[in-house]
Ligand binder design. Structure first.
Ligand code: 1HN
Length: 349
């Protein structure tokens, strides 16, 4: 605080000092910082090249096993939020690698996790007694408090992007976690069970209600990609998004997860989106193609498949596709929608 220059200011500062001992503080000194006309965030635009992450990850693979690490992950820390394991103010992201023959042991926690497979195929993750095989571009869910372990019986390393609501759960002081007694949980359902039961436009006849998390836990890329390709023929391009879809919980039609919204968009070669901004800071992971995105006034990301970049809350973004491109993305949009906080500015497009 600046040195008091008048008698009145000196009197005020003496008052602030006195009440401070009683854990009291004047609102009028912080009001303008607490309630801002628009979001003001320490979260910065940022990007990571997969080739860099992959090289560091392979080096980590020689230093520690998946089992010893529990999860061998390199955390993507937002440069404005270093030391906090945050990619945005309320979300966590990391890249995980499982080498052939490795197991990442079973545990569960109240944090929700999403996996987006960047490279590799044939490894697996088991969630609540069912194993699913992972392929490039698959979006896979670990619901809160679900047992999960990963393994890789394929001949190649697998890499995926992890998105978790860790900072949000931390903020709410609602973190619980436990380890399973075995490295791998027992499998109680055949592979593909959840997809047949809930993901085939069918439901068990007496199924009632729907929870916050989709019971479908693997959204295979082959199916997603096919839908995008068929929709492309309608040529209904959104100026801000190209062709953008959200992953849904088939029981409720709402987002697939309660705390993280997940999206996939197709930008055909040569397409340039118009300026868009929204109140949900968003993590993007292109899985096909090449292009660039301009974030805010001057942050330019030249991306290709598997790279990762982040657009902070209320920063403008424009995407340009140099080749047919597919972008996966996630944000806290379901939380903002549930709290009636979500806002977007389509620039009147
Ligand atoms: C976790 O359980 C996984 O299951 C990945 O793969 C990353 C980061 C923090 C806490 C738990 C996983 C995690 C995590």
């Amino acid at each position: 605080m600046a040195e008091p220059v008048t008698a009145q200011e000196a009197e005020r500062h003496a008052f602030y000092d006195r009440i401070s001992t009683q854990n009291l503080t004047p609102l009028w000194l912080s009001l303008a910082n607490l309630v801002t006309p628009e979001p003001i965030s320490p979260c910065q635009p940022a990007s990571w090249r997969f080739s860099d992450i992959r090289a560091a990850m392979m080096e980590a693979g020689g230093l520690i096993s998946a089992k010893e690490a529990e999860r061998r992950v390199l955390v993507l820390e937002n440069p404005g939020l270093r030391g906090q394991s945050k990619i945005t103010t309320d979300l966590y992201a990391g890249v995980q690698m499982v080498l052939p023959g490795e197991i990442a042991p079973a545990h569960r926690h109240t944090q929700s996790a999403l996996r987006f497979v960047l490279e590799g195929q044939g490894a697996h993750t088991s969630v609540n007694g069912e194993r699913t095989i992972m392929h490039e571009g698959d979006f896979i869910i670990t619901p809160p408090w679900a047992w999960h372990d990963h393994g890789n019986h394929s001949p190649d390393p697998i890499f995926w992007l992890d998105g978790l609501d860790i900072p949000l759960v931390q903020f709410l002081d609602a973190s619980f976690m436990e380890h399973h007694k075995d490295d791998e949980q027992p499998l109680t359902r055949p592979t593909g069970d959840a997809d047949a039961r809930y993901g085939a436009n069918l439901l068990p006849v007496d199924h009632k209600g729907g929870g916050g998390t989709s019971p479908v836990f693997n959204y295979p890329y082959a199916r997603t990609r096919d839908a995008l390709e068929r929709l492309r023929k309608a040529r209904e391009w959104d100026p801000c998004h190209g062709l953008k879809m959200r992953y849904t919980n088939p029981i409720t039609g709402n987002h697939a997860m309660a705390t993280m919204g997940t999206f996939v968009q197709l930008l055909p070669r040569g397409f340039a989106t118009t300026k868009y901004r929204s109140s949900d800071a968003t993590v993007f992971a292109p899985i096909e193609g090449r292009g660039r995105s301009i974030i805010g006034d001057d942050f330019v990301v030249e991306w290709q498949k598997r790279d990762i970049f982040v657009v902070p809350s209320w920063k403008h973004v424009r995407h340009e596709a140099a080749e047919d491109a597919v972008l996966f993305s996630f944000s806290d949009r379901p939380v903002q929608e549930a709290l009636h906080l979500f806002r977007e500015d389509r620039g009147n497009a």
